[in-house]
Design a protein around this ligand. Structure first.
Ligand code: CMX
Length: 441
């Protein structure tokens, strides 16, 4: 742990100096123009954040420290006998920018195991909620119940020097990542498995143990969890969950508060909740059409009906991507390898052939291709995890790796409070009518 922490600190000090030099020489360099349309329409394409952990290309998809998902599947260390990357390795990569060795990853796995204890009051707090509560709400309540454990919050209250913020954030990050699978597994077991929680297996890796605590001991499911935890971890900084975590963290809210806030954003249907919406939508289609394997023609009619009811086709479209999401492709690859004759998985692939031309024909959808959420549910259903309301919790556990390593970077680089300027439409009109010189006067 100390080695990783010192390595991170050395990297952060070096980058901090580089940033100082960049700002000294280029601080006034203009990087683009902001249009009124961007301000009104969700700030699309407006470069306004620095996030060190990953970078999204509209055509090629996400790269983690310049490594594509295919490269990560190839280069990151694997579990014994496995072929999917270990998420601990990706976390290491996002933190220090280097592909770790097998030994470094195994060391990180044992650090996380040692920090994974969750106090019983956290489970009791979640248990106090009605069973019908959405799993994401239970999960975030669990995270919030744990907030009293925050090293950052305790040290801040004691008068911590600002030079120590990064170290306290680092401690909280490791503690949270270690504990989240326990909280998430408890939500699943409580809601769907008569409350029978399962003990962790200290011999397993982080994602393998998570699968085990959920109650899935099939080796292939463990492999799926490793891949799942890797591909959902980070998608640069502007998406709702990452941006919210960063924004809330910029007020020096501790990592528990910041992460919980980000996950409330992930719980929205246009973001992470889309993974449950996709399977719900497919199950409803199967129900209405009375078939497990709808034809392309039937899917087309169902998509048109969805659109005519003023709804979106879940799992399709993206605010940045303009091609099929490589996270979709990686899951398709997993499906072809392990379950190529599964009817639901085949339906997902038939939807992939059917939906893009329909969305394209609307003329307004900027990206008619599938995103990560279009595929994930079908793989989970294959192994028996049919409780689709739970799926966003899996996404949330994975997303912790990205948003929390980013928060470590925010604190190590002393990123300030985020506070952009907002204006009213009345102010916009005054400015357009040249009644004032500057927008916002
Ligand atoms: N189905 C129907 N209409 C869609 C659509 C879809 N899948 N994707 C975009 N559109 C519509 C938009 O609703 C918008 O319509 P209006 O002008 O009538 O409001 C129009 O096309 C233009 O939208 P856009 O610029 O292409 O897309 P945005 O950047 O505004 O939104 C996203 C991106 C993801 C919210 C949108 O594509 C969507 O709602 N997709 C379905 C939900 C989904 O899968 N979300 C998960 C994204 C990945 C993740 O974060 O996990």
């Amino acid at each position: 742990m100390e080695m990783l922490k010192q390595k991170f600190k050395a990297q952060a000090d070096k980058l901090g100096e580089e940033i100082k030099a960049i700002l000294k020489e280029h601080g006034d360099t203009v990087i683009g123009q902001t249009t009124l349309a961007q301000v009104y329409q969700g700030m699309r394409g407006m470069t306004a954040l620095i996030t060190e952990t990953s970078l999204l290309d509209a055509q090629d998809g996400i790269r983690f420290r310049r490594h594509s998902i295919d490269e990560l599947r190839d280069k990151l260390p694997k579990a014994n006998g496995g072929s999917e990357p270990l998420p601990e390795g990706l976390f290491y990569l996002m933190l220090v920018g280097e592909i770790p060795t097998q030994e470094e990853v195994e060391n990180l796995t044992s650090i996380l195991q040692r920090r994974s204890h969750v106090p019983s009051y956290v489970f009791e707090t979640m248990s106090a909620l009605p069973k019908e509560t959405h799993p994401m709400t239970m999960f975030v309540v669990g995270v919030m119940a744990l907030q009293g454990e925050s090293t950052f919050a305790k040290k801040y209250a004691e008068g911590m020097n600002k030079k120590e913020y990064w170290a306290a954030t680092f401690e909280d990050t490791l503690d949270l990542i270690a504990r989240l699978p326990h909280i998430a597994a408890y939500v699943y077991r409580r809601k769907y498995k008569q409350g029978k929680a399962l003990q962790p297996d200290g011999l397993l890796d982080w994602a393998g143990n998570f699968a085990h605590m959920l109650g899935y001991d099939d080796d292939q499911f463990k492999e799926l969890m490793r891949l799942y935890m890797v591909i959902h971890a980070d998608h640069e900084g502007g998406n709702v969950s990452a941006h919210t975590t960063h924004l809330v963290g910029s007020a020096l809210s501790d990592p528990y508060l910041s992460y919980a806030a980000g996950m409330n954003g992930l719980a929205g249907p246009l973001h992470g909740l889309a993974n449950q919406e996709v399977i719900k939508w497919i199950f409803e289609m199967q129900e209405q059409l009375q078939t497990k394997e709808p034809t392309a023609e039937q899917i087309k009619e169902y998509v048109e009906k969805t659109l005519s009811e003023g709804k979106v086709v879940p799992g399709y479209g993206h605010a940045v991507l303009r091609k099929t999401d490589p996270r979709f492709t990686a899951q398709m690859d997993f499906g072809k390898k392990h379950m190529s004759d599964d009817p639901l998985v085949n339906t997902v692939w038939r939807i992939y052939e059917t939906v893009p031309p329909i969305l394209q024909s609307l003329g307004k959808v900027k990206n008619p291709w599938p995103n990560v959420d279009a595929h994930s549910g079908a793989l989970l259903v294959h192994y028996g995890m049919v409780e689709y309301e739970y799926y966003t919790v899996l996404f949330a556990v994975s997303r912790a790796l990205g948003v929390l390593s980013s928060l470590c970077w925010d604190r190590a680089l002393s990123m300030p409070l985020e506070r952009p300027k907002s204006v009213t439409t009345a102010a916009v009109k005054r400015w357009l009518n040249k009644e004032v010189q500057n927008l916002g006067d």
